[in-house]
Design a protein around this ligand. Structure first.
Ligand code: NAP
Ligand code: BGC
Ligand code: ZN
Length: 354
């Protein structure tokens, strides 16, 4: 079967031919429909994040997937059911407490692999197998868009953690900013209407630009980081109750402390490269303490977040998903699919359709 993989020593993914996987007892065989590409995939290709499966000289990419159950075996799933797989799986040594309690997203490094990212092959191939506990059923209406459930689920988890951190007092957030106008940033921005009155989104682009058009259509305010650095947002606009960072630009982690108002909370989602720089440690520490601010990191997600993401995806207006999915390619068009450019937001590889 066809798979899109990066080979060791190569900097561009390509189509390779691999054996169709054999379903083990208790597993399901899934026929892949669509797999999205995100900033993390580019990090995997550039070797700034993730690693190849043990002993392999290639890694199949892909972690934003929607597929259909082809062989259900002796599981409770029905053949023909549309599913979205979660990303983390137990490491080679076997399961552990995080998986056993249904919280693999909280496992530290070494206690998991991530399909298509950390030490495991992904789903950018015609078929993959999985235990049913890692497959979340989705309605048939999401056959073309269901791969967006995974990235949305990452932000559902971040929002859960943000609310949990502010749950000990009466907190009524009014203003929120998403840092980053990539696909994760825009999908997250679209979620915030249910949480705050005023939404902002940070980018570094000139108009006309398709991501800025989406920010406008969502009635959010565009903040250009070239004119307004993140730490100057309170003076230029207003102090933020919530900051969701999705740029992977490491300075934003620290500038977020200044962007927040008293009692605000920031969540960091981006995955930056190494970068050494100076921060005003004493002032930021003081600010944190005296203003009851919170800053947290959030990675991955699990079944409850996927279930929330299905609801969220279904609540988005049709225009939003149409505008975000800018490019659909066949596997053979792999070179074009992994190009970058300001005209593309979410690029997807289509292996099959329902
Ligand atoms: P992406 O396509 O790389 O998007 C990042 C966006 O941030 C781009 O639009 C970029 O603008 C913008 N940006 C970067 N630096 C900026 C700056 N200094 N000022 C203003 N805008 C800036 O990636 P993505 O798929 O949306 O994902 C975002 C980040 O989250 C990535 O680091 C990804 O690895 C990570 N991620 C983490 C999780 C998690 O579970 N924690 C889940 C998914 C993704 P330009 O395009 O104009 O350069
Ligand atoms: C994926 C997450 C993953 C994270 C770190 C993100 O792009 O969507 O599932 O945990 O990268 O590898
Ligand atoms: Zn991702």
């Amino acid at each position: 079967m066809k798979a899109i993989a990066v080979k060791r020593g190569e900097s561009r993914p390509r189509v390779i031919d691999v054996e169709r996987p054999n379903r083990e007892p208790g597993e399901v065989l899934v026929r892949t429909l669509r797999v999205g590409i995100d900033g993390t995939d580019h990090g995997v290709i550039e070797e700034s994040h993730g690693n190849f499966p043990e002993g392999e000289d290639y890694q199949i990419l892909g972690h934003e997937t929607v597929g259909v159950v082809e062989e259900a075996g002796d599981t409770d799933l029905d053949e023909g059911q549309l599913v979205v797989p979660t990303v983390r799986r137990p490491p080679a040594e076997g399961t552990n407490e995080y998986f056993e309690r249904g919280e693999p997203d909280m496992a530290p490094a070494g206690h998991y692999v991530e399909r298509g990212i950390v030490g495991a092959h992904g789903n950018m191939c015609e078929y993959f197998t999985s235990e049913p506990q890692f497959l979340v059923p989705v309605p048939e209406s999401l056959a073309e868009t269901g791969f967006l459930v995974e990235p949305i689920s990452n932000s559902e988890k971040a929002l859960d953690m943000m609310y949990a951190s502010r749950s000990t007092f009466e907190w009524n957030p009014e203003a929120a900013i998403v840092l980053g106008n990539g696909p994760l940033g825009l999908l997250t921005l679209a979620m915030l209407d249910d949480h705050v009155d005023r939404q902002y989104c940070l980018g570094r682009r000139d108009r006309p630009d398709p991501t800025l058009d989406i920010i406008d259509k969502l009635d959010a305010t565009y903040v250009d980081s070239r004119e307004t650095p993140v730490d100057e947002i309170p003076e230029a606009y207003e102090p933020m109750d919530m900051v969701l960072e999705a740029t992977g630009y490491a300075k934003h982690a620290f500038q977020t402390i200044d962007a927040l108002g008293a009692n605000g909370v920031g969540a960091l989602l981006g995955i930056p490269d190494d970068w050494d720089f100076e921060v005003e440690g004493g002032r930021l520490h003081r600010e944190f303490v005296l203003e009851n601010k919170a800053l947290l990191g959030s990675v991955n997600s699990h079944v409850p977040h996927f279930e929330a993401a299905i609801e969220t995806l279904q609540s988005y207006p049709d225009w939003l998903v149409d505008d975000i999915i800018t490019h659909v390619y066949e596997p053979e068009e792999v070179d074009a699919a992994f190009e970058t450019g300001d005209d593309r937001i979410k690029v997807v590889i289509e292996f099959d359709s329902l």
